[in-house]
Write a protein that binds this ligand. Structure first.
Ligand SMILES: O=P(O)(O)OC[C@@H](O)[C@@H](O)c1c[nH]c2ccccc12
Length: 262
C-alpha cells in the first residue's frame, strides 16, 4: 500500500490524519500495538527501529529504545515480525542514519519493502546527503519522509516539501521528542508555511500529547504523529488493548473537528 496515495485519499475524503507510534521490540507483544492502533482508527503507524544513541529523542522514546535493545531487538528481527503481521494501514519505519548506513541504503530499503513497510523517516539524514537514500527508496517503492523544522528557511522548506514523499513531517519545535503541556507556538507558523508551498499531506509531530493538542494541530496541519504520550503509558505496562482507547479518543476528537468544519 503506497503511503502517500493512502494519506492523500484519506485527507481528500475529509479526514484529519492520525499516525501513532510504537517502538519495535518494546515488549513481546509489541506488534499487537500496531493492530490495536489500526483498530482504533490510525491512518498509518510509525514503528521505531531502536538505536543506541537516539539523539533527537527525549526521555520516553529513549527509554523505550533502551528497553527494546535490552530485550535483544534488532532491525532485522523487527522487520521479520512486521512481515508476518498483515497490517491494513501503511507502516512507516523511523530510524537513525547509522542503521541505514550499516546495511547500505539499497539493502535497507529492500528489507523494508520485503517487510511490507511503506515509508521511512530518518531524522538525522542531512538533506544535502540524502540523495543516495532517496534514490534507494524510490528503487524500492518506499516513501522517504523528510522533516521540516521551525529553523528551516523558506527556500529549504520548499525544497523539503518538494522532495519529501508520503507526507511532510513538521517538527513542531526545536528540541527533542516528548510530551509537553502545550503545543509549541512555532507549530502553527511552520504548518502553514509548509501548506503554503505544497499539497502533500503535512503532519505535525513532537509534543502532540492529548486529543486537545491534536485538534489544535489539525487547524493548520493535515494531521498528527503521536509517540511519547503513548509510549509513556506502554512503558508503565499498559498493554495494546489498554492503549487503544487513547488512540480512539484522539480519533474521535479529530473526527468531531472535521465535522464542525462543514
Ligand atoms: O514523541 P512525540 O513528542 O509525540 O513526537 C513524535 C516522535 O516521537 C516520533 O515521530 C519519533 C520518534 N523518534 C523520532 C526521532 C526524530 C523524529 C521523530 C521521531
Amino acid at each position: 500500500m503506497n503511503l502517500e496515495t493512502h494519506l492523500r485519499a484519506r485527507r481528500d475524503a475529509g479526514h484529519k490524519l492520525l499516525v501513532p507510534y510504537v517502538t519495535g521490540g518494546l515488549s513481546s507483544r509489541w506488534p499487537d500495538y500496531i493492530t490495536a492502533f489500526e483498530a482504533a482508527g490510525a491512518d498509518a503507524v510509525e514503528i521505531g527501529l531502536p538505536f543506541s544513541d537516539p539523539m533527537l529523542d527525549g526521555a520516553t522514546i529513549q527509554e523505550a529504545s533502551d528497553r527494546a535493545l535490552a530485550r535483544g531487538a534488532t532491525a532485522r528481527g523487527i522487520l521479520e515480525e512486521l512481515a508476518r503481521l498483515r497490517a491494513n494501514v501503511p507502516l512507516v519505519a523511523m530510524t537513525y542514519l547509522n542503521l541505514v548506513v550499516q546495511e547500505g541504503p539499497d539493502a535497507f530499503c529492500a528489507a523494508l519493502r520485503e517487510a511490507g513497510v511503506a515509508g521511512l523517516v530518518v531524522p538525522d539524514a542531512p538533506l544535502e546527503e540524502a540523495a543516495g537514500l532517496e534514490a534507494a527508496s524510490v528503487r524500492n517503492g518506499i516513501d522517504l519522509v523528510l522533516l521540516a523544522a521551525p529553523s528551516s528557511s523558506p527556500n529549504r522548506l520548499a525544497e523539503i516539501a518538494d522532495r519529501s514523499r508520503g507526507f511532510v513531517y513538521a517538527v513542531s519545535l526545536m528540541g527533542t521528542t516528548g510530551e509537553r503541556t502545550d503545543l509549541a507556538e512555532s507549530a502553527a507558523k511552520l504548518s502553514l508555511a509548509i501548506k503554503a508551498v505544497t499539497d502533500r499531506p503535512t503532519l505535525l509531530g513532537f509534543g502532540v500529547s492529548t486529543p486537545a493538542h491534536a485538534v489544535e494541530a489539525a487547524r493548520w496541519a493535515d494531521g498528527v504523529v503521536i509517540a511519547s504520550a503513548l509510549m509513556c503509558r506502554a512503558l508503565d505496562g499498559v498493554p495494546p488493548e489498554g492503549l487503544a482507547p487513547d488512540v480512539a479518543a484522539v480519533r474521535r476528537a479529530l473526527d468531531d473537528t472535521a465535522r464542525s468544519c462543514h
